[in-house]
Design a protein around this ligand. Structure first.
Ligand SMILES: [Zn+2]
Length: 420
């Protein structure tokens, strides 16, 4: 406990909020056996040496520093936060942490950038106290803050109005494997582009996960499916039921290989008999096999690539060319195959399944980290993001042993701007 008191005093001094003499006097008062036992902050407060805001701010800072994963707890007045445009914060890897009187403690990737510090000072009117953090940590924390659900807890709903939706925005609604290892949702990737919003695959929990993430299901225009395993299509009937109950009138499409669409139609019928026979909106079943196909009503094109996964039914990976001139690709489930090289080529983002750390038996037909490492030079993508992660991948990723980025549920990527 003593250490914590000392740290409290140390922080007050580093922030120049308390003189060494005042702290020494307060420590002496604390050590006086004639005085009641008191926390140093209470003594400083009682003697008018610090304000309540300073005490609370420094305590919040100590809490934050104890664990960098708590970077996103932001006890800062919204009016101060509003002065830092989210786009500026993200582009410069800047994350305000806490406010102590007129000091703003900010996590920064580049603490020695004088122009950046000057700009922050000007924007906020505060004295900036920079704490060095890795850009990746700041980005991860910013992504938590920008998550609408958590932003509202932090009183930061405004951030979504302030953050320009340049996009395309890719949100991992489900980044787990077939058995939700690590309590992650099964596969579902949400794509928001200028002219279309759709899901790629739709695992069983996708509808509730979308709602938790604040992604309105009614805004979807369709679902693109890679293959006929339940962890990739099990959530389709619920997403469709949501459209029916919401009184949808606009068309809704489901695209995938013909045998996959057939399975999904059977599954819909089992889940809600006859409900989707004559839905109140046009339900389009769009087959894709070898030829590219446009997403209805848009200029976005889907290019299919045959993958190696399910033996009896086709499994496709997709390149999707979006209006913003960005190309995203997703492998679905697959073993290593030469088509992965073609799928990855010239993409802005390659979302790649990675079920295991070490290669699996051939019959399992899933990818491993070791295989991806061996083929890394062949995957010509600007950003590789692993998903569909099994236990060993999660464990090793948590220990920092994975050289590629790993998705997590709720992660949103804005392809219009990057921190790299
Ligand atoms: Zn599968």
């Amino acid at each position: 406990m003593r250490q914590r008191y000392l740290k409290f005093g140390e922080w007050l001094q580093r922030l120049e909020l308390l003189s060494a003499a005042d702290l020494a006097a307060a420590l002496q008062t604390q050590a006086d056996p004639a005085q009641p036992a008191r926390y140093i902050g209470e003594i400083l407060l009682a003697e008018g040496l610090i304000s309540e805001a300073v005490r609370d701010g420094v305590l919040a800072l100590q809490k934050l520093l104890g664990d960098s994963t708590r970077l996103a707890e932001m006890p800062i007045a919204p009016e101060v936060l509003r002065k830092i445009p989210p786009r500026f914060a993200r582009d410069n890897a800047v994350l305000p942490l806490t406010q102590i009187a007129d000091h703003l403690v900010v996590a920064l990737a580049q603490t020695d950038s004088e122009p950046l510090l000057a700009e922050l000072t000007e924007l906020t009117g505060c004295r900036i106290y920079p704490l060095p953090y890795r850009a990746a940590d700041i980005l991860a924390a910013a992504q938590v803050v920008y998550d609408p659900r958590r932003a509202s807890q932090a009183g930061m709903e405004w951030i979504h109005e302030a953050l320009p939706m340049d996009g395309p925005l890719i949100t991992f609604v489900g980044s787990g494997d077939a058995v939700s290892t690590g309590a992650r949702n099964q596969t579902c990737i949400h794509v928001r582009s200028e002219e279309c919003t759709f899901l790629i695959d739709c695992g069983p929990a996708s509808l509730s996960a979308m709602k938790q993430l604040g992604l309105p299901p009614q805004q979807l225009q369709g679902i693109l499916l890679t293959h006929a395993h339940g962890d990739h299509f099990g959530g389709v009937p619920y997403v469709l039921l949501e459209q029916v109950l919401a009184g949808r009138s606009a068309p809704f499409w489901v695209m995938g290989p013909a045998p996959v669409l057939e399975r999904v139609q059977q599954w819909n019928e089992l889940a809600f008999p006859k409900l989707f026979d004559q839905p109140p909106f046009e339900l389009l079943w769009l087959e894709i096999e070898q030829e590219p196909r446009a997403l209805p009503g848009t200029g976005a094109m889907v290019y299919p690539f045959a993958m190696h996964h399910q033996r009896s039914l086709p499994c496709l990976g997709y390149q999707i060319h979006l209006a913003e001139e960005k190309i995203i690709a997703y492998t679905g489930d697959t073993a290593w195959c030469d088509n992965l090289v073609l799928l990855a080529r010239d993409t802005d983002l390659l979302i790649c399944e990675c079920s295991a750390y070490e290669p699996l038996p051939e019959a399992v037909r899933h990818l491993s980290y070791q295989e991806l490492l061996a083929h890394q030079a062949e995957l010509k993508t600007r950003q590789l993001m692993l998903t569909h992660l099994g236990q060993e991948m999660l464990t090793r990723a948590a220990q920092g042993e994975i050289a590629f980025e790993c998705a997590f549920d709720g992660l949103t990527l804005d392809l219009s701007s990057r921190l790299d």
